[in-house]
Ligand binder design. Sequence first.
Ligand SMILES: *Cc1c(COP(=O)(O)O)cnc(C)c1O
Length: 402
Amino acid sequence: MIYLDNAATTRMAPEVLDAMLPFFADNYGNPSTIYGLGAKARRAVAEAREHVSALMGAKPEEIYFTSGGTEADNWAIKAVAEAYTDKGKHIITTKIEHHAVLHTCKWLERQGFEVTYLDVDKDGLVHVEDVREALRPDTILISVMFANNEIGTIEPIAEIGALAHEHNILFHTDAVQAFGQIPVDVKAMNVDLLSASAHKVNGPKGVGCLYIRSDVKIRSFLHGGAQERSRRAGTENVPGIVGFGEAARRAARILPEKQKREQSLRDYLIDRLESEVPWCRLNGHRSRRLPGNVNFSFSFVEGESLLIRLDMEGICVSSGSACTSGSLDPSHVLLAIGLKHEEAHGSLRFTLSEENTKEELDTVVEAVKKTVDLLRQMSPLYEDFLKNNKSERPEELLDKEA
Ligand SMILES: *Cc1c(COP(=O)(O)O)cnc(C)c1O
């Protein structure tokens, strides 16, 4: 099997599993108890908090463990909305956020909040000037993702953070795709709230965190016991948190090497697909791009059909609508960067890890070439296109043919 869907989830690292196992078995104590067994769990949670905070330049006491990225996004946005209603009811975000942010904002609109969804450019970049223009006296929160999960574009987070602080507005970033993949520093980047998730960095599923800057006052997410400094009650997911900590420690250790390796694999795959598959286009920014992300649209084919055929050859990838699989709506991200519906439907996302090899990518390129060709042979659109004088194609695609 060739796994190229690391933006959906990652394989748990063996050392992460090893670190977790004792906390499913012998070390089952409740961290809130005072005898030795509980203290063991408590120390392990504290250690994990240090590893996670260190990887984003935060203080350990600014990390609040959650059930994942989705919960962190919900908490950040809803709690700021509630705490700052007296100041205003306006929130700024973008059209390309993860649904955990978008659907939370939609819900808030129904509660009487106003949300500005910023456009992005054709590469998926948010322009700082657009954020500035959207500011209003009643703006209470700016939420812009660190890097996009579909097209890999890395947003100008430090610049947006500086703008937010210049205007005394809180800044949240969904950094689920960036944390552990590229350098993240909440202090240098003026981030007040940041969401991260363990399973996107070789940790376990069902655990993540929200970083809340120490001077930000927002309400608790869950009410009950005093866990997570009374802001997120409930007995801690000790094995999960320990796994998250170990994953963060591992990510910190390998980050520069991992980044370099993925980037070179990424560029190799991009080069080969661009030069060997006619009528395709790269989606997302060419250089401001996550190290492991490759996203292409292939004209005259359905991404889903391509995905299924690649799966039969043991290759795992995502298509433009995979995030909402079951739904046939094209990806909101691909539409936001200006793709037509049929181009969005013909897209495929390959997300690499440091474990992939060039040989695997060679196999993938051959399989993509063969499959795209086969699907095009069956496509009436392609047949029409070959007959007519090729004038209906997008500019970028025309260039390819030469
Ligand atoms: C995966 C992902 C999430 C959701 O995280 P979970 O831990 O799976 O809830 C949120 N935002 C982005 C950008 C993601 O890629």
